[in-house]
Design a protein around this ligand. Structure first.
Ligand code: ARG
Length: 457
């Protein structure tokens, strides 16, 4: 039969072996040991300050908790399923070390506020790590945008060549996405960094706890205002999972572009050997697996968000054991986002850009057709009309296997008599890019301005 439980008082019989395994969270919430011990230390200190426990007892508990932290950190302590979860495991070890007074640590506390605290502290730490990695990715993007400044590539809509853009401008689009991701993580951190301790099981506690000082000691910005909400709320975890999902969406789009840009068909860039793998049968293959896996792992980040939202949707207040299912999605998304940010930084840093291929790709596909229409519009032709005339010119080119720049002035004039020699310049690639200097545009001056702004941040 299983060992005696901390809550075993009202039970006549032991727990079924299957139930013990089925309900245990220690195999995964062991990850929370640092947060759990930090929360317990802050709680014990406060119990001492408030004379809810004799000072000396509180001090012994704190010292023993510090010892347990070291035991776990050095791999000297292992836990088993009968201990249920990290909270019980730490408390049991504490009681082994200090005897009966270990049982006083849980005064004025419940696992329900304890687990909410642990997860909040854990997320705070993970978010700080993710923010650092997001910064790294941002820096790499800026460095490459600076280095490739002036390189022209086709911009696409519907995956059809649309208008020429600076490659730097395209890269900086990702920078904008990742800086919004930063904002989302910072917001998630702000929401997570509030202490639920003192909520007890759900109704608050009969002991004169000093909730604020515990929060302060843990570096939190405040305390949860409603004890029922404090133990029922997992919005903060959903915020985190949403921030992860959106970041993964951005990483996935970047990865997708790297996959096809590095294909033989595009050849816009090549990825370093160190970041690719080969095929077991086709000797010529060099596959962009890192980019593909980042794209692929986006699925689990989305799944984790939906998973938590679904766990929570039908739960009556306050704590229900269903909520134990919050942890694995959160742990998985945190790990996934971190490793994918590391991979993305390597890809951005390692890619070799083929300037010639990019420019050559701008030659076909009538990329400056909009510029021709704009040219006519500047001559006073209403834009709609200019659009139609240009459309007919493109059709003519297609029928005759010509590019816009292959047309003679005579041919062009046959579509509109106002077209003059200066049209050559108007439909040139460099001119097309150069003119788009409105704020946020791809013109070299606009891109330079934004690049400098971002570098200053
Ligand atoms: N292992 C539990 C969880 O992760 C801790 C809280 C358990 N509380 C309870 N009343 N059973 O949610």
């Amino acid at each position: 039969m299983a060992k005696k439980k901390a809550w075993g008082g009202r039970f006549a019989d032991g727990t079924d072996r299957f139930v013990e395994e089925f309900t245990a969270s220690i195999p995964f919430d062991i990850l929370l040991y640092r947060q759990d011990i930090a929360g317990s230390i802050a709680h014990a200190r406060m119990l001492g300050r408030r004379k809810i426990l004799p000072r000396a007892e509180a001090d012994r508990i704190v010292a023993a908790l510090n010892g347990i932290l070291q035991e776990i950190e050095s791999g000297k302590l292992s836990f088993d399923l009968s201990q249920e979860d990290i909270h019980m495991a730490v408390e049991q070890r504490l009681t082994r070390k200090v005897g009966k007074i270990g049982g006083k640590l849980h005064t004025g506390r419940s696992r329900n506020d304890q687990v909410a605290l642990d997860l909040r502290l854990y997320l705070r730490g993970e978010i700080d790590g993710i923010l650092t990695l997001l910064d790294k990715v941002g820096e790499r993007i800026l460095a490459r945008a600076e280095e490739c400044y002036g390189v022209v590539m086709p911009g696409y809509t519907h995956m059809q060549r649309a208008q020429p853009v600076l490659f730097s401008h395209h890269l900086l689009a990702y920078h904008e996405m990742f800086s919004r991701d930063r904002d989302r993580f910072r917001e998630a951190r702000r929401r997570a960094n509030v202490s639920p301790l003192g909520a007890g099981a759900l109704a608050g506690t009969t002991f004169p706890l000093d909730r604020e000082s515990v929060a302060e000691e843990l570096g939190m910005d405040g305390v949860c205002e409603n004890s029922i909400d404090a133990v029922s709320d997992r919005d903060f975890a959903a915020d985190f999972l949403y921030a992860c999902a959106v970041t993964m969406m951005h990483l996935s789009r970047l990865s997708e572009e790297m996959v096809y840009w590095s294909s033989t068909e595009f050849g816009f860039l090549s990825l370093p050997d160190a970041l690719c793998t080969g095929s077991s049968i086709m000797p010529q293959k060099k596959n962009p697996d890192v980019a593909e896996l980042i794209r692929g792992k986006t699925g689990r980040a989305y799944g984790n968000l939906v998973s938590l939202l679904t766990v929570m949707k039908g739960l009556p207040l306050a704590y229900n054991r269903d909520m134990q299912e919050d942890k694995e999605p959160v742990f998985d998304s945190a790990r996934t986002v971190k490793e994918c940010l590391v991979g993305a930084a390597l890809l951005i840093e390692g890619m070799a850009v083929d300037e010639e291929r990019m420019r050559a790709a701008c030659d076909d596909g009538f990329l400056t057709a909009t510029d021709l229409a704009d040219y006519l519009a500047r001559k006073g032709v209403p834009f709609r009309k200019a659009h139609e005339i240009t459309g007919r010119i493109v059709r003519y080119c297609e029928g005759n296997g010509k590019r816009l720049k292959d047309l003679s002035l005579k041919e062009l004039r046959s579509f509109h008599p106002g077209i003059g020699e200066e049209v050559r310049d108007a439909i040139s690639l460099s001119h097309s890019v150069r003119l788009r200097n409105t704020r946020g545009g791809t013109g070299p001056e606009a891109v330079r301005r934004r690049l400098e702004e971002l570098k200053k941040r």
